[in-house]
Design a protein around this ligand. Sequence first.
Ligand SMILES: Cc1ncc(COP(=O)(O)O)c(C=O)c1O
Length: 534
Amino acid sequence: MPSKSGTLQIIGILAPRKMRIRQIRCPNIGIRIGLTDYHKLKILPKPNASTSFPGMKEAVDSLRLFTKKPAQMKIRYIDFIQQTYEFPQDEFRVDGDQLYFNDISMMELVKKFGTPLKFFYLPNISRNINRARSWFKKAIRENNYQGQYHYCYCTKSSHFSFVLKKALQNGIHIETSYATDLDIIKRLEKSGDFNKEKKVICNGFKTDQYLQRIGEMHRDGYNIIPVIDNPFELSKISEEVDGQIDIGIRIAAEEEPKFEFYTSRLGIGYKDILPLYKNRIQKNEKLNLRMLHFFINTGIRDNAYYWNEFFKCLRLYVELKKISPGLNSFNIGGGFPIKNSLAFEYDYEYMIDEIVYQIKKFCKNEQVEEPDIYTEFGSYTVGESGGAVFKILNQKQQNDREKWNMIDSSFMTNLPDSWALSKRFILLPLNKWEDAYERVFLGGLTCDSDDYYNSEQHINAIYLPQYRASKPLYIGFFNTGAYQESLGGFGGMQHCLIPNPRILLIDRDEEGKLSYDVFSEQQSPDSMLKLMGY
Ligand SMILES: Cc1ncc(COP(=O)(O)O)c(C=O)c1O
């Protein structure tokens, strides 16, 4: 007979079943039994309860009952995640039955700030910028590459002041798409967040207004580089500037074979660029061709399509460089991927090393100086800082197999990429990780039949902890920081007038202390009604 906290040998009951039971409670006899391995039971006294052992027989009986249950049923949500992915991951972990994102308790956020809620965890902006920089630095050093690397942020991914200010704190340059971007830059200069040394690379099909602003800013001493999208822009820019301006040319990439179009509408076709340079730029004293730019719509990927386009652009760079001495910059655009699933795998370091190595090798063979490399990472800069948090309001069982968990906002308005492009984000529950899971569909509040979310990136379904009205379920979409407000709108009218959620900014100081700042409150009905003339 074991003493107070002794060990009981029960070989023969547990060993053949290989069960792993963490604890068995026998409240009626005042003990808890913790299992230390398959053969031994440790008898733990229940606090404030009698620890004498007359109830031993009942304890063992209840244990026998337990062993009759099917062994090792993995029905908890945490089991599902651990069986499907490597988990925990750098930024996600679970404590108790709750999710932590970058060591922030998501349920604490819910308690303090409510739902629906959008948040930006700003340190991830700096983290990603500095990671890319360090990979380029390493690749440049290891390949003995002679050019420099310049990180630009593509403003259209998120124009919010807090995003630009955080990015600029890391010494980046800016890439713009439209005239209004230039007003943003002027404001940032005024507030001391931007200085004129930084480069402003102007992309896009340029309206007169955009071209005029470029001229103004050039005259004002900004380091501005318009990237020519079409030949019409050349004469207008020449008219707008005093003295000489550095320009770039955007190559119109050939689209991936499965795309609807053959050549991108953006930029100038490969074959037309050399003649354009010879006829319109070479002898124009106001224009100095400095940059060749391309952007591959499907992103920077280690596949045949990407490398094929990349080498076409590199070949053109080398040909142009031989007749255009001012050319010294090769801009590979945006398209650096971000984590859209717990199964995401991408070897950033390898890809950057390969890009640097290939440019070096190509230029060496052609006996051309290696160019400075520019990137214009948008999603990569800001995507992994953003998140959206919702409460499941209720569950509708529409037939035997279809359970709809209704969120307290809308997918169409908050995560427009999810319906327009069927884009997927990381989706995780914030609580109830110890509860059993079930397959569900997620529905938004608008009455639009497209306002739903029904699959993950790598699983053609959604699994979440079982809905129970008595214990509300909260869910989060992560890495949603890029494009969602630019496309879905911020303020203004909304589909079915579902308001924009509150936006919360989270930052961390050098000592690791977190700060929370509400950037905007949930959109008020009044603000919408006013816009519509009520
Ligand atoms: C010219 C240019 N540069 C950069 C980007 C940013 O791309 P991403 O957000 O994929 O990095 C885009 C996106 O459309 C673009 O058109």
